[in-house]
Design a binder for this molecule. Structure first.
Ligand SMILES: [Zn+2]
Ligand SMILES: [Zn+2]
Length: 128
């Protein structure tokens, strides 16, 4: 494979993740990238995800037991999983009023938290 082609594949996969509404699973990344590069293989997707992860451009998050990939550097955020269409969205709101440094009874010092919200996305929610 030419290095120009490898660079193009890497750019397209990085762009798919960058522009997504939330973290994406491998099949979704593959599907979206193939709209731009129809001959892109799944092995290339896996190899590129590994490389982008090593370069810290993206990282894996676990949602519903599945590994999904999102860009790094988004700050504090949470994920919203749509129960109807199964898409996962990134929400830059925090539903938890729990300042870092909170100590629970017994001496449990809280440093961070993860929350996944479940419901219906704007496309799937009944229109008012
Ligand atoms: Zn939905
Ligand atoms: Zn939070």
């Amino acid at each position: 494979m030419s290095s120009a082609r490898a660079t193009r594949q890497r750019e397209v996969i990085a762009q798919v993740i960058e522009q997504a509404e939330g973290p994406l699973g491998v099949p979704e990344i593959h599907g979206r990238a193939r709209q731009i590069l129809p001959r892109l293989g799944i092995a290339t997707v896996y190899r590129t995800l590994k490389l982008l992860t090593e370069q810290r451009q993206i990282h894996a998050v676990a949602v519903d037991g599945e590994s999904l990939y999102e860009k790094t550097g988004q700050g504090h955020h949470h994920h919203f999983s749509c129960e109807r269409c199964s898409r996962v969205f990134t929400l830059h709101v925090c539903p938890v009023d729990l300042p870092g440094g909170t100590v629970f009874a017994g001496g449990f010092l809280v440093r961070s938290h993860e929350v996944t919200l479940y419901g219906l996305c704007p496309t799937c929610a009944p229109q008012a």
